[in-house]
Design a protein around this ligand. Structure first.
Ligand code: CAA
Length: 291
């Protein structure tokens, strides 16, 4: 293995300018990497830039970061809709687009065609394991999951998950990259949908939804119990609103596609909220009202 696995990593391209993608990119830029945030929609890219600027302004005003560090990070960032132009310069790609296997496979095949030979292609997905996209490329040994947590600017954990074809060098580089951006990476030994943290969270969420749907307690009270009895920073319903009820719904659907087990399907109340467009904070309403 190489002495310095990060030797070749200077340029990171993040695909997807949603909450996850944009914050992952910001973390990379703050750590000194030339970083792109790419999305198909100009509107999404503009919104990401605006939200990151206001988040960083707030951090500066609260003395958490210096103006110099933040300005330098933005200097290193490119907000773009030209994925191929960015990817052609990338040493490491982190895909944080929609949780849709068909789209991800297409994105990986197209990235494989334009990225340099050495580029590692990682997906931030926690539910679509990288072996399901690796075979759409000619470099399965350079494909893995690198999974961040929401909000990515704050949460320390990053799960690095190899597929059976991922090389030890790729894992080593992904772990080193995560450490170099101030995260505490956790290395999985094999693929499992949801990985470690979301499996733990999923068990809690499933139980919380069952208690609510069985009429045992209101969702507000279940949140209170999680916070005051277990010291969780947020209750499971507040957390669903932050992560996005659409994300929760799509994760369960993707899990069902893989397991075929009806127990994997989204809970009834999640399906209703998804169909009503009540996605949580991002849509102004989910379990709670944010208008
Ligand atoms: N983006 C960036 N930074 C944020 C943020 C966000 N959405 N929300 C909060 N912060 C930061 C800010 O710096 C904020 O300070 P300001 O409000 O002064 O700017 C600081 O955190 C403190 O925030 P709050 O006072 O609002 O609340 P808090 O002390 O409870 O911290 C929290 C917020 C860090 C989100 C905390 O509540 C927490 O850790 N919650 C649990 C988060 C969690 O479980 N994440 C995992 C989700 S699962 C997942 O991500 C996996 C997946 O695959 C979907």
């Amino acid at each position: 293995m190489s002495e310095n696995p990060l030797q070749q990593i200077e340029h990171v391209t993040v695909i997807g300018a949603g909450a996850m993608g944009s914050q992952i990119a910001m973390v990379c830029a703050l750590a000194g990497y030339d970083t792109d945030v790419v999305d198909i929609a100009q509107e999404a890219v503009d919104r990401a830039a605006e939200q990151l600027h206001s988040r960083m302004d707030r951090d500066v005003s609260k003395g958490r970061r210096t103006r110099e560090d933040v300005d330098a990070a933005f200097e290193r960032m490119t907000f773009s809709t030209d994925r191929d132009e960015c990817a052609a310069q990338a040493d490491f790609v982190i895909e944080a687009a929609v949780e849709d296997l068909t789209i991800k496979r297409q994105v990986f095949a197209e990235l494989d065609a334009v990225c340099p030979e050495h580029t590692i292609l990682a997906t931030n997905s926690s539910n679509i394991v990288s072996s399901r996209v690796a075979d759409a490329t000619n470099r399965p040994e350079k494909v893995c999951n690198v999974h961040f947590f929401n909000p990515a600017l704050v949460m320390k954990c990053v799960e690095v998950v190899p597929n059976p074809a991922t090389s030890p060098e790729t894992v080593e580089t992904a772990m080193a990259l995560a450490r170099s951006i101030g995260k505490e990476p956790v290395q999985l030994k094999k693929e499992v949908p949801g990985f470690v943290a979301n499996r733990l969270l999923g068990a809690l969420r499933t139980e919380a939804l069952k208690l609510y749907e069985d009429g045992v307690a209101d969702y507000e009270d279940i949140d209170v119990a999680a916070k005051t009895a277990l010291n969780h920073p947020m209750g499971p319903f507040e957390l669903m609103d932050m992560v996005g009820i659409d994300v929760v719904y799509l994760i369960r659907l993707a899990e069902y596609e893989q397991t075929g087990d009806p127990a994997s399907l989204p809970a009834e109340s999640i399906r209703e909220k998804y169909e009503a467009g009540e996605y949580g904070r991002k849509s102004g309403r989910g379990w709670y009202d944010y208008e």
